[in-house]
Ligand binder design. Structure first.
Ligand SMILES: [Zn+2]
Ligand SMILES: [Zn+2]
Length: 228
């Protein structure tokens, strides 16, 4: 609530402009978001070689079944600005337009089992500081667009330093034991679509997938806007 009031006041004092076309009144307008080119090719999230639908390739192993990356920053520089904005500004219209992009990226994909949408959680301290979790906002929009249930399945136990600053070994150590299943949640036999805003590597998504699989999930697919 406080975040919403603060944002409304800021918008009166400093008018907002679309990061794509500069139109006043929105962070990332619908017309700019619809112009984003979706990735035609997907890659194995372990070795990053091309693979059909982003499935883990035959020579790699991961608790993830695969990863779908909606678009690329190289081809859509305005997307990088929009994603960065979503991290710091609570904006429902912005989340709505970026979430629509995620829905477009998976709407053609067929999943056979019971599907549930969830998201990479923030530690409660960081969530309180920021006022929201951008992955949760995106997951909410995607669930609504795809008409799938949204479940908050994971909790972040450790307030880990940002992954981007670490090397691979430290990254994995950093994440060890960082997540747990929320009490009372059941994931047995479910196919889960796990949403985050971006993935620089797939280590955070894999760590979440590991916990979900250990608790009985059938398949866990990652879904992100871009590789950050
Ligand atoms: Zn625009
Ligand atoms: Zn691979």
């Amino acid at each position: 609530m406080f975040v919403k009031i603060k944002n409304a006041l800021c918008e009166i004092i400093f008018p907002i402009h679309c990061v794509g076309c500069g139109t006043e009144g929105e962070w990332f307008c619908e017309s700019c978001s619809q112009k984003i080119l979706l990735n035609a090719k997907q890659f194995c999230p372990v070795c990053w070689r091309e693979s059909s639908g982003g499935k883990i390739c035959a020579s790699c192993e991961s608790p993830l079944s695969g990863l779908r990356v909606a678009a690329s920053y190289q081809r859509n520089p305005e997307l990088a600005r929009a994603v960065k904005t979503l991290k710091y500004k609570f904006s429902e219209p912005l989340a709505e337009n970026l979430g629509a992009l995620l829905s477009r990226a998976v709407s053609s994909k067929n999943y056979s089992n019971e599907r549930v949408i969830t998201f990479v959680p923030l530690h409660k301290k960081r969530r309180r500081w920021r006022g929201f979790n951008q992955a949760e906002l995106l997951a909410r929009v995607t669930a609504k667009n795809l008409n799938l249930p949204l479940e908050s399945l994971l909790i972040r136990k450790k307030n880990t330093p940002p992954q981007a600053k670490l090397n691979r070994a430290d990254r994995l150590r950093n994440l060890e034991g960082a997540f747990m299943i929320r009490e009372g949640c059941s994931v047995v036999d479910k196919t889960i679509l796990l949403i985050d805003d971006v993935a620089s590597t797939s280590s955070t998504l894999s760590e979440c997938a590991k916990i979900l699989k250990q608790s009985g999930a059938r398949e866990v697919w990652g879904l992100v806007l871009a590789r950050g």
